[in-house]
Design a protein around this ligand. Structure first.
Ligand code: HMG
Ligand code: MG
Length: 372
């Protein structure tokens, strides 16, 4: 039984009389296109989670262009890179240069992932350079947010952060404090919120406990990661019900990898449970270096497509007409995938491109016939 206010709202306008046609007609006549919609946020993680797993060298120029294109498609939350060890995640080397060089738009949050104090120091040094430059008078800051991360199992935390959960939290608390003191927003991740690649099924109580600690250290939001991409909607529902016992749902986000093709269904399950922020990746890029076989995040295109005509409305900047523009995101998904020497894995992105090509061919045929 769903307890979300959304479900209750659809039932509240008139009493339900069993056997009457009233309820059925009310559902039939619902028109989400004209009703006030429920605003939701997308955190575009393609430039970080998407690219971190790529094997080939991706030039800095391409990464800069990707972030700029995403902002111009309406994205207002972009995870731009990470300050992690280049020995372990070489693809993220150069994040400082990227965030300094990219053209930054107002009202867009550009976040970076930091694993430790060394990573935070790297970011602060970039910010100090910006603050003492004439650029600070005119251009938004290279970054206004850090993402810190831990997990719901010790085995995964050890693989990803080289520590136990408890040690990772103890190291992150002063980092979060230092970032907040610098005026940065802090977002937390709990990886393996459903299943762990090393220990299997996860204890959701642990997800709740770790999320609570992240919020207590100053995270404005905790993103719950199905890192392995193995979760089903019923598991996501069960996990959220457990986490919500301690945490207001408005402080939670959903981060679903799509290994088993359940990510869009998991997104909708999370929304029905009151989650209002979803992480997604343009073109379905990505994976986690510490979760063998896991594929990319849920593609942004697939989420935007599936939300069309629903009661939810993705918020975005003026460049996406107040939302995130599906056509532009589809183009970007293909553009970046081709730069990486592959095709977009977004199902919606593929179908929309095929439709566009078909329409262009038909238009061309029409022109030829008109000339005959
Ligand atoms: P450590 O404790 O220093 O140990 O770092 P180490 O042996 O891993 O260090 C290796 C080298 O990296 C050392 O240099 C360190 O100084 C250096 P060396 O002495 O060999 O010359 N180093 C750094 N360099 C630059 N920036 C840093 C940094 N830290 C250490 N910040 C640590 C341990 C975990 C920090 C390091 O191994 C690391 O950065 N690992 C990469 C972690 C990572 O990026 N994981 C993927 C992102 S998380 C994710 O994808 C999940 C998520 O999407 C949610 C989900 O899907 O569930 C968020
Ligand atoms: Mg991830």
């Amino acid at each position: 039984m769903l307890s979300s206010p959304l479900r209750l709202a659809t039932r509240s306008s008139a009493p339900f009389r069993p056997g009457s046609a009233g309820l059925i007609n009310r559902y039939k006549s619902r028109n989400y296109a004209t009703e006030a919609k429920i605003p939701i946020n997308i955190v575009e993680v393609g430039p970080r989670d998407g690219l971190q797993n790529e094997k080939g060298v991706i030039p800095v120029d391409v990464k800069v262009e990707l972030i700029e294109k995403l902002a111009l498609a309406g994205c207002n939350n972009i995870e731009a890179g990470s300050f992690v060890s280049p020995k372990w995640v070489p693809q993220m080397a150069g994040t400082g240069e990227i965030i300094s060089r990219m053209h930054r738009l107002p009202n867009v949050h550009y976040a970076v992932l930091v694993p430790n104090q060394k990573g935070l120091d790297g970011l602060i040094s970039v910010l100090n350079t910006y603050n003492s430059s004439p650029e600070s008078e005119s251009a938004p800051s290279p970054s206004d947010e850090i993402s810190i991360f831990t997990a719901a199992t010790d085995a995964f935390t050890r693989a990803n952060l080289n520590t136990s959960i408890a040690e990772s939290l103890a190291k992150m608390a002063p980092m979060a404090r230092a970032a907040l003191d610098k005026g940065l927003r802090v977002r937390g991740y709990v990886s393996v919120a459903i299943a762990c690649p090393y220990t299997g099924q996860v204890d959701y109580k642990k997800v709740r406990e770790v999320s609570k600690e992240l919020l207590e250290m100053g995270c404005y939001e905790v993103s719950l990661g199905d890192t392995v991409g193995r979760g089903t909607p019923s598991q996501v529902a069960e996990m959220l019900e457990e986490v919500k016992k301690d945490i207001p749902v408005g402080r939670l986000a959903g981060h679903f990898h799509d290994t088993f093709g359940t990510a869009v269904a998991n997104v909708f399950t999370a929304l029905e449970h009151g989650v209002r922020t979803i992480d997604s990746s343009v073109g379905g890029l990505g994976g986690c270096p510490y979760s063998p076989g896991a594929t990319g995040n849920v593609p942004t295109e697939d989420v935007l497509y599936a939300l069309q005509g629903s009661k939810y409305q993705v918020t975005g900047t003026e460049y996406g007409k107040g939302s995130v523009d599906l056509d532009k995101i589809t183009e970007i998904g293909w553009w970046i995938s081709e730069k990486l020497g592959k095709e977009s894995v977004s199902r919606a992105g593929r179908a929309l491109r095929a439709k566009k090509i078909r329409e262009a061919e038909m238009a061309q045929d029409g022109e030829v016939r008109a000339k005959l």
